[in-house]
Design a protein. Structure first.
Length: 401
């Protein structure tokens, strides 16, 4: 029997052989710890649409709703889209999505300008880290502009965002929880002050427009976004636009190095978009999505009890040979919209288009300004981070044009 040990160094380095064995022999696998992991594409797609699965934190989690009054992290978790179920999720998502999509659609020129500025600041270096030196400042500055956060706050915003992301993995100690809570409290306070400023002096940014939605709700709905809804979900949007994006840029450049002939053949924006899409399919930044059973159900022939935790292995689904021909090969000509990088259905990622815009823009600007790139080290080092596939760093040597 294949065992699932996500912090095993061999798995952290390369989880795909384990996924392949599970998909073939036990696609719905119960771990020694008692939770379930699902690895087949069709089953995962089906479960993402199953109303008998809940997104709410498990009853034994420190993020469970019963801790909201005593625990800042639980209070925020139970107010942001990834942890909500219908009908609350449906209406909040609708109100947020309407404003966010319009705001994101206007971001391409800003992203290109930000990428150009960051690269200009790196031109006196012939070696740098794609993630921390390029991807992180690009993603932070892009998200600051989207949301409407004034400059000069980059370091603390990065710290808060990094700690916020621990909500999406098991919290392993009281000290870790305390650090997360402190970051969330500071982030909330920061955005509360910004909201008060934007109420007096609105701008064309996400915060201002969400305030406008809250104050001028459409006639077809009695729902609205509270100030707390705006703050907590802006924290989510901001952090999601940084923590997965900067690491994903490192992954994309690593795939450029591994597939030079394919990359040399692309010229147009849509070519770059397909390259990014394929890189993310092969190494999805989010590898596991958690769900809780609201009732006893059967999945893939396995009986799963009510309140059981299951992890949907997005990283495994995106390499399922029953869905993708030669799934371990890099192929930018695959049909669009097949992978599950951004989930599917009612909980698919709201910011998927912005992530793609950031990665495509950053990749295009980088390779427009360098003549030659080579990795400093051949071996890739991955973070031991439950549920995510994040490079620690990706240092490159460059010859500038």
């Amino acid at each position: 029997m294949t065992s699932f040990k996500p912090d095993n160094p061999a798995f952290v380095s390369n989880p795909y052989p384990t996924y392949a064995k599970l998909r073939k022999s036990e696609p719905v696998h119960r771990t020694r710890e008692g939770y379930w992991i699902v690895t087949k594409y069709d089953l995962i797609r089906e479960l993402l649409a199953n109303s008998e699965l809940s997104n709410a934190p498990a009853k034994f989690s420190v993020l469970h709703a019963r801790y909201r009054d005593s625990n800042v992290a639980a209070d925020l978790a139970n107010n942001i889209l990834p942890f909500l179920d219908p009908p609350e999720h449906t209406e909040k998502r609708r109100l947020l999505n309407r404003v966010l999509q319009k705001q994101m659609a206007e971001m391409r020129p800003a992203i290109e300008s930000i990428c150009g500025d960051i690269l200009a600041s790196l031109r006196d270096q012939n070696e740098f880290d794609v993630i921390s030196d390029y991807g992180t400042p690009v993603s932070i500055q892009s998200m600051m502009q989207l949301i409407g956060i004034p400059p000069t706050h980059e370091k603390k915003l990065k710290k808060w965002s990094a700690l916020f992301f621990y909500l999406f993995a098991p919290i392993r100690s009281a000290q870790e929880l305390a650090e997360i809570e402190h970051a969330i409290a500071e982030f909330r306070s920061f955005l509360t002050e910004l909201i008060q400023l934007r109420k007096k002096n609105p701008c064309n940014d996400l915060i201002s427009n969400l305030i406008g939605t809250s104050e001028n709700n459409d006639a077809n709905s009695h729902s609205t976004l509270s100030e707390k809804d705006i703050i907590d979900n802006c924290i989510l949007i901001f952090a999601d636009g940084i923590e997965n994006v900067d690491r994903a840029l490192g992954t994309c450049v690593a795939h450029v190095m591994e597939n030079p002939a394919i990359f040399a053949s692309i010229n147009e924006v849509d070519d770059y978009e397909r390259f990014v899409s394929e890189a993310l399919r092969l190494d999805s930044p989010a590898q596991l999505i958690a769900r809780i059973s609201k009732s006893d159900i059967t999945v893939g022939g396995q009986h799963i009890d009510k309140d059981s935790i299951r992890f949907l292995a997005i990283g495994a689904a995106n390499r399922d040979p029953e869905r993708f021909d030669a799934p371990d090969e890099f192929n930018i000509d695959r049909p669009a919209q097949q992978d599950l990088v951004f989930g599917a259905g009612r909980h698919s990622c709201l910011g998927a288009s912005l992530v793609n815009m950031q990665l495509t823009g950053a990749l295009m600007r980088l390779f427009a300004q360098v003549q030659l790139i080579s990795p400093v080290k051949d071996n890739l080092e991955w973070e031991n981070r439950f549920g995510h596939r994040w490079l620690k760093q990706y240092r490159i040597k460059v010859n500038w044009l």
